[in-house]
Design a protein around this ligand. Structure first.
Ligand code: FDA
Length: 392
């Protein structure tokens, strides 16, 4: 029987970080993954360039039923700590938006750094390994797989969320948690495109491929970023962000061209009376969208001088309540993350050990901690993986 100090299930972002951290401490570490390659989500993330952290990452950027849980780990392993790591490996990266760091060339470069760290630390990786059974013994944990049996002192669940099942995602971590009595909070696909009701989808299909600046609001959250019309519905940063807060069936407010106000329209009417209102709109919105608006508000062809106060009011109302008729989301097939998961009230925020089962640890996305779009989710994987790696 192969005896390990630590077995980590899941060779994704958090599992690789935890493995290297623990093995550098001298622990004998084995990572098991059922996929044929480690870090598949790292490779596909950020459009293939991986938005690997956000320099502004703070607890307020994470959603959880237990909002204080993430504070300690984020403090103990910060975005700067991760940047120091990639700097030691001379990774080329760029800040694409404030705080958002992406690989300059390819996410492969980042995965290769993590694999190098795993190799240098002495942790072992075994792919194509399906865990069949876990038994908690008096002096350890027995893991039975299709590749044989392994015994360990500490078992780390780093199996991630449910999104992109074709990349190896599974509900295994949640099942394992429930087996030892953990509460798993309701889950749903998030950071995900929104689908539209059939009639509206048909109307908006002409806009597929265009993007515009919007303010998306739901509950108390709002994001001012671009929205992208797709052939299935709407996507883009503003839409992905709001799905962390909005659920199908709830109110979702879309404000087109949020910089355009009644005051600025009034001013344009005073100063550029001969211009048509559609030409003013075209400064803020893509032409195809203005064309669609004209089918609903035909008077947009008029000169500003001829437009009444009521019409300007109705235009502002139209822009600030743009009806996309949301239907649902594209679900786990395209979602970046899973909201909900293993209830953190039953996990130590210091060590990440389960309070239900000695020697069992949960890290990364399997926990009920979900970041905003923009590199926060990988930072959670690094911070939680590092924190647990110091104790397993
Ligand atoms: P992760 O999913 O990385 O790893 C889980 C591992 O467990 C996988 O290797 C899987 O094969 C393995 N596994 C699952 N079940 C198993 C089982 N039963 N037995 C054995 N192994 C099992 N975040 C961000 O901050 N910036 C970004 O740019 C992006 N972009 C992005 C794009 C897309 C398309 C997606 C889907 C996601 C993102 N994310 C992101 C989110 C980010 O990828 C995610 O939050 C982290 O990868 C989570 O890290 P984990 O280690 O928890 O799981």
């Amino acid at each position: 029987m192969d005896k390990q100090d630590v077995i980590i299930i899941g060779a994704g972002a958090s599992g690789l970080m935890c493995a290297a951290t623990a093995a550098y401490r001298g622990r004998k570490v084995l990572i098991l993954d059922h996929a044929n390659k480690a870090g598949k989500k790292i490779l596909m993330s950020g459009g293939g360039r991986c938005n690997f952290t956000n320099m502004d990452a703070a607890p307020k950027h994470f959603l959880s039923d237990n909002p204080h849980f993430c504070i300690s780990a984020l403090r103990r392993y910060t975005p700067q700590d991760f940047v120091d790591l990639v700097d030691r490996h001379s990774l080329d990266y760029v800040e694409k938006a404030p705080g958002q760091l992406f690989c300059e060339h390819s996410a492969k470069d980042l995965l290769s750094i993590l694999m190098t760290e795993v190799e240098w630390s002495g942790a072992q990786l075994q792919l194509n390994t399906h865990v069949q059974q876990i038994e908690y013994l008096s002096d350890g944990i027995l893991v039975t797989t299709n590749q044989g049996q392994f015994e360990c002192e500490s078992l780390v669940v780093a199996t991630g969320g449910l999104s992109i099942p074709t990349m190896g995602a599974s509900g295994f971590g949640y099942e394992l948690a429930e087996q030892v009595g953990h509460h798993v909070l309701p889950m749903r696909a998030s950071l995900v495109p929104i689908t539209l009701q059939p009639e509206r989808k048909e109307q908006l299909s002409a806009l597929s491929g265009i993007a515009c600046e919007i303010r998306a609001s739901a509950h108390n959250a709002q994001f001012e970023e671009p929205m992208l019309f797709t052939h299935r519905g709407v996507s883009g940063p503003a839409i992905l962000q709001i799905t962390n807060f909005w659920q199908p069936g709830e109110a979702l407010q879309i404000h087109l061209a949020p910089n355009l106000t009644l005051e600025s329209l009034n001013q344009a009417r005073d100063q550029q009376a001969k211009k048509t209102i559609e030409s003013v709109l075209a400064n803020e919105l893509p032409k195809r969208l203005v064309e669609l608006m004209k089918t609903e508000l035909p008077w947009l062809e008029q000169k500003l001088a001829q437009v009444s106060n009521e019409q300007l009011d109705s235009l502002i109302h139209y822009l600030s309540h743009f009806d996309i008729a949301p239907n649902g989301t594209e679900g786990y097939r395209t979602a970046e993350v899973t909201l909900g998961g293993v209830d953190t009230k039953e996990v130590s925020s210091k060590t990440f050990e389960s309070q239900k089962q000695k020697g069992l640890y949960f890290i990364g996305e399997v926990l009920d901690v979900t970041g905003w779009l923009g590199g926060y989710n990988f930072q959670w994987a690094w911070s939680s993986g590092f924190a647990a790696g110091q104790y397993v």
